[in-house]
Ligand binder design. Structure first.
Ligand code: SAH
Length: 246
């Protein structure tokens, strides 16, 4: 374990800012971030803040000025570079609101690199609020000391994704009807996991997926899992076997 640095203190607030950060930069935040730092955390000039941008890494900043509606931060120095995460994608059929939020949060914590919502025949959710999902991913990264965010794609139809699938990226298809043990097929390197909707895949979809070069049907054990549980379990199993948990 790396020694815990004395400064800034572990309790220093952490915030994602969606712009490239650099030394000496002065930035003024308003809206929710300003409210959180100025009114909730009641930061005063001179107080430290840790900022990360999902590009350059994490920076130490100092409050230069704080009002009820805006806060000005001056970047002092870089704390650490953006982390590397394994090249693992999650393709998942959108599920109900609360559960998909949980799925996005856990996949982010577990180090997924890309989240690709997939519309399948039994997908019940038609409209996806990507801004809300992105906010959950950001919040998970802020709370879990992360410096990288997953890429969150627009939903795409299963058939379209399969037709253009890059065969060199194994597509580990979690098939509730049965498949190979995950630990036997997970290999380090580029990979993707595909999880179906609450209603599962249709036989037609199952056949279409299995015909796709690079697709490998995997089992997540003898018990049927909820879609969001299957997603978290599959990512964890892959991280432990082929990811960076060693
Ligand atoms: N309604 C279906 C289950 C769907 S579970 C049925 O009763 O058969 C939702 C998704 O989670 C599935 O499409 C699959 O991708 C994944 N999943 C759940 N349990 C699994 C298991 N034991 N093995 C592999 N995949 C599983």
């Amino acid at each position: 374990m790396t020694a815990t640095p004395a400064w800034p203190p572990a309790s220093t607030p952490r915030l994602f800012v969606d712009r490239p950060l650099g030394p000496g930069m002065v930035l003024t935040l308003d809206g929710a971030p300003a409210n959180y730092l100025a009114n909730v955390m009641r930061l005063k000039p001179g107080d430290p803040v840790r900022l990360f941008d999902d590009r350059t890494g994490e920076w130490l900043a100092e409050v230069a000025m704080a009002t009820r509606r805006a806060i000005t931060l001056k970047l002092a120095g870089a704390l650490r570079p953006r982390e590397e995460v394994p090249d693992l994608w999650l393709l998942f059929a959108p599920i109900k609101k609360g559960r998909i939020d949980w799925l996005v949060e856990k996949a982010t914590e577990l180090g997924i690199a890309r989240l690709q919502p997939v519309v399948t025949q039994r997908t019940i959710v038609d409209r996806l609020n990507l801004d809300r999902l992105r906010a959950h991913a950001i919040e998970a990264a802020e709370q879990c000391d992360r410096t990288a965010l997953p890429v969150l794609n627009e939903p795409a139809k299963l058939g379209m994704l399969l037709r253009g699938w890059p065969a060199e990226r194994p597509l580990l298809f979690a098939d509730e009807a049965g498949g190979l043990p995950l630990a036997d097929v997970a290999r380090p390197g580029a990979a993707a996991i595909l999880i179906g909707p609450e209603g599962g895949f249709t036989d037609e979809e199952r056949a279409q997926i299995r015909r796709t070069p690079g697709a490998i049907g995997i089992s997540l054990g003898p018990r049927i899992l909820r879609a969001e549980t299957a997603a978290a379990a599959a990512i964890a199993g892959w991280m432990a076997t082929a990811g960076d948990w060693r």
